[in-house]
Design a protein around this ligand. Structure first.
Ligand code: OSB
Ligand code: MG
Length: 358
């Protein structure tokens, strides 16, 4: 699927998405999940290709033919496979979708959600010029989005943040570094402290917590971890050592909806707010993100935005739509993303598929 606009972060540019979808069937109903891995191993170690390999050769063989009473039971079956949470989440989330259909409840209610309307922000990539970035922010604020996230990297940071803040004195603003800095850059973060930034997302190494705790001690702005958090245990440890005051929860990164719930709960116990991150998802992953954002401790606006910011034509109908006041309303029909898929369009876009009979 071709993205409408190239998306640039500190680790590279994405224009073309290659997405693995997982469809599960009980013979008469279907559930859909999306693997949120990128095309290359730059956000994390997973890619579209590694997810295909790990699903086909390990995750599916470990789970097929086993009896499930609920979607929550699948993760323990694949616990022996280390890492590859996005591949696992592809299957796990498809099962939750199917379960919602079989239970005749909307997915967000099955997950335990309470927020019927969720607050939306946008993640804006690095732009060729500051003027182009300011113009994009202006468009998104006028569209109603409640929080603006910009991407930073060395050479595109303090000055950019200063100009954005001076052009938009009142907006909720945050900055995501995708691990582009080290502790040696503490002065740069101190300089940005004065621009009233809601949080710095993942400033340091993608596997680090210790240096983040050190940085958090030396700056006023809250640190939010993204890349470093893969489980509720990671979240607990990060909170315990003071590595962050906020956590970005991504469905794929934590292995699926059960993982989201666990991270969400541990953060709530410690008074740490969470928000839902995005991975440039198609409508299927997007609807899963909308549903999970209904959990109570998702109290900050997420990176869950309108289908039309990404795609000329999304693979779900109706697409995800954000209201002019920057919110998405949960769907009231029973089931989840699978209810809304466009099979003919998915068929047209499919370059490879494999069936695994039970
Ligand atoms: O770090 O949050 C991130 C996209 C790809 C990989 C990592 C990230 C992102 C985003 C985009 O920020 C969020 C979205 O609009 O889906
Ligand atoms: Mg991030």
């Amino acid at each position: 699927m071709q993205l409408l606009h190239p998306f640039e972060t500190s680790f590279g540019v994405t224009q073309q998405r290659r997405i693995v979808l997982v469809k599960v069937s009980d013979g008469s109903h279907e559930g859909y999940g999306e693997v949120t891995a990128g095309e290359g191993p730059f956000y994390n170690h997973e890619t579209t290709e590694t997810a295909w390999h790990i699903l086909r050769d390990f995750i599916i063989p470990s789970s097929i033919g086993k009896e499930f009473t609920c979607a929550r039971d699948v993760l323990p079956l694949v616990a022996g496979i280390r890492g590859h949470n996005m591949a696992k989440a592809g299957l796990e989330t498809a099962l939750w979708d199917l379960e919602a259909t079989l239970e005749k409840v909307p997915l967000w209610k099955l997950l335990g959600g309470t927020r019927e309307k969720i607050d939306c922000g946008v993640s804006i990539g690095i732009k060729p010029t500051v003027d182009k970035l300011l113009a994009t922010i202006d468009t998104e604020i006028k569209a109603g989005y409640r929080r603006i996230k910009i991407k930073i990297k060395p050479g595109w940071d303090v000055e950019v943040v200063r100009e954005v803040r001076s052009a938009f004195p009142k907006i909720l603003l945050m900055a995501d570094a995708n691990s582009a800095y080290t502790l040696a850059d503490v002065d740069l973060f101190r300089k940005m402290d004065k621009y009233d930034i809601m949080m710095f997302e993942q400033p340091l190494h993608h596997e680090d917590m210790i240096d983040h705790a050190e940085l958090q001690k030396q700056i006023q702005t809250a640190i939010c971890l993204d890349e470093s958090i893969h489980s509720a245990d990671d979240a607990r440890k990060a909170i315990q050592i003071g590595a962050c005051r906020i956590i970005n929860v991504k469905l794929g990164r934590v292995g699926g909806h059960a993982g989201v719930r666990a991270v969400h709960d541990v953060c709530r116990e410690h008074g740490i707010p969470v928000w839902c991150g995005g991975m440039l998802e198609s409508g299927i992953g997007r609807l899963h993100n909308v549903a999970l954002s209904s959990l109570g401790n998702f109290s900050l606006p997420g990176d869950v935005s309108d289908s039309k910011r990404y795609w000329t034509e999304d693979i779900i109908n109706p697409p995800v739509e954000v209201s002019s006041s920057g919110q998405i309303t949960q769907r009231s029909e029973p089931g989840g993303p699978g209810r809304y898929v466009k099979p003919a369009l998915i068929e047209k876009l499919t370059v490879r598929s494999q069936v695994f009979p039970a």
